[in-house]
Design a protein around this ligand. Sequence first.
Ligand SMILES: NC(=O)c1ccc[n+]([C@@H]2O[C@H](COP(=O)([O-])OP(=O)(O)OC[C@H]3O[C@@H](n4cnc5c(N)ncnc54)[C@H](OP(=O)(O)O)[C@@H]3O)[C@@H](O)[C@H]2O)c1
Length: 247
Amino acid sequence: MSDPTPYRAAVFGATSAIATETLRALVAERPAELLLVGRNPERLETLAADLRARGAECEVHATDLLNPDAPWASILSGGDWDLFLIAHGSLPDQQATLDDPHATGREIDVNLISPVRIAATCARILEKQQRGTLAVFGSVAGDRGRQSNYLYGATKAALETFLAGLRHRFAEHPEVKITLLKPGLTDTPMTADIEKGPLFSPASKVGADAWSAVRKGKSTAYLPGWWRYVMFVIRHLPDFVLHKTKL
Ligand SMILES: NC(=O)c1ccc[n+]([C@@H]2O[C@H](COP(=O)([O-])OP(=O)(O)OC[C@H]3O[C@@H](n4cnc5c(N)ncnc54)[C@H](OP(=O)(O)O)[C@@H]3O)[C@@H](O)[C@H]2O)c1
């Protein structure tokens, strides 16, 4: 019999295709009360309607995730949370971004500074609760600097190091889980301009695997799991081999 206690989750960048599928997998399995946080009120409402139709209770909070003074922190305090999920991210044209110092800063803000700021706030709440999960979307791109996506990859690598430190901080609190979710290439709006090949997975598979990793309290999960082996090979390629590829 499934657990009747509502599972309480706050999700940042909730409108992401992968986060949407993660939440659908969650609400298919158990009752849930969700706080959906993001920048676009219409898209958040559309998502909330979808999840309500699947049985979840949803609140929506539209805010600028990059603004350190935005009121999302006070909205979280006082709640008793099972899960904080941080999903927002961006992958624009790398060279155009690097050619514009302001755009470079914005990308580092979206993919690293803002998630770190939100994660730090969530960690304070988990510390008070002495329980709950913080799950954050990193990427296989963080495993090795490669010419195709080293700006994005560098932010995800730094995020991974930050989460490893948080996991160490909570090592003596086994009821607090810090989960790094590492999708590989996934067919979502983020990759709309990238030609699809055999390494692409549907968002529904990646989201279902993300929920499974969260539910099991995993520390790090490649999504789907076979990316662990792909990235093992890529991490161990000598530079003189890697540099002959277009990876
Ligand atoms: N897709 C992949 O191949 C892939 C691979 C590895 C890792 N990931 C990671 O997985 C996570 C989810 O990605 P996805 O593929 O599901 O992406 P997606 O469908 O394109 O969604 C991106 C999300 O980020 C939000 N966002 C983008 N720029 C923002 C900004 N400046 N301020 C606030 N929110 C912003 C979007 O909000 P709006 O809805 O308002 O646009 C949306 O919620 C990301 O962290 C991504 O880096 C994705």
